[in-house]
Ligand binder design. Structure first.
Ligand code: ADP
Length: 210
């Protein structure tokens, strides 16, 4: 795909590292940034809204979308399907909106294979003890699910080296400032500027009349 005005960011982290909190805090500050809403077959958690946190659909519906090639990437995690639909992302990018994909390393690989300009940001917790504490404090998961997430954390973190950027979410405000810096700096990348500043570039580079 030709580079569009907005940039596409892949954000991954072991569950509980603070990825959702960081993204939400950044979106509050910037109206020209969006998180892509994924499709999933898992049940909504308390407080989660259809179309806001996820598009909640059935396994049959999910399989139909796969057959229609509607997904950039999809994966089965803990027995549930998750996927990223193509069309809405492209619309946002062409309007100059930066889009975040909140996906795991397997999804990240699939996206990178199709969109080499997508930039990966990996978020790590300051320690395993802190990670477990955050999962407990969040109060969303039963203890067996937390044990599963902790077991999964090692495998997710072992792929951090496949990403362009690394953020340690120890102090929240520091991590948020780092994330914001990365995203804003990317707007000055040549490909992004060429899409935004097409008219100016051709005007400046036009052969002079004399
Ligand atoms: P993820 O989306 O990575 O699974 P969440 O954003 O749900 O993680 O964060 C997990 C828990 O940790 C939440 O209760 C959140 O408020 C808390 N949290 C996030 N970042 C920090 C931080 N830097 N310090 C302390 N707690 C944090």
């Amino acid at each position: 795909m030709q580079h569009l005005a907005g940039n596409l960011f892949i954000i991954s982290a072991p569950s509980g590292a603070g990825k959702s909190s960081l993204i939400q805090a950044l979106l509050k500050r910037h109206s020209d940034m969006q998180v892509s809403v994924s499709h999933t077959t898992r049940a909504p958690r308390p407080g989660e809204q259809d179309g806001v946190h996820y598009h909640f659909i059935s396994v049959e519906q999910f399989k139909a979308l796969i057959a229609q090639d509607e997904f950039f990437e999809w994966a089965e995690v803990f027995g549930n399907y998750y996927g990223t639909a193509k069309s809405s992302i492209r619309d946002s990018l062409s309007q100059g909106i930066d889009v975040f994909l909140d996906i795991d390393w397997q999804g990240a690989r699939q996206i990178k294979a199709q969109e080499s300009s997508a930039l990966g940001i990996f978020i790590l917790p300051p320690s395993l003890t802190e990670l477990e504490q955050r999962l407990n404090n969040r109060g969303q998961d039963a203890s067996d699910v937390i044990a599963k997430r902790m077991a999964q954390a090692h495998s997710e973190m072992s792929h951090a080296n496949e990403y362009e950027y690394l953020i340690i979410n120890d102090n929240f405000d520091t991590a948020l400032a780092e994330l914001e810096r990365i995203v804003l700096a990317q707007r000055n990348g040549y490909a992004s500027q060429a899409a935004r500043q097409q008219a100016l570039l051709s005007q400046l580079l036009a052969k002079s009349a004399n």
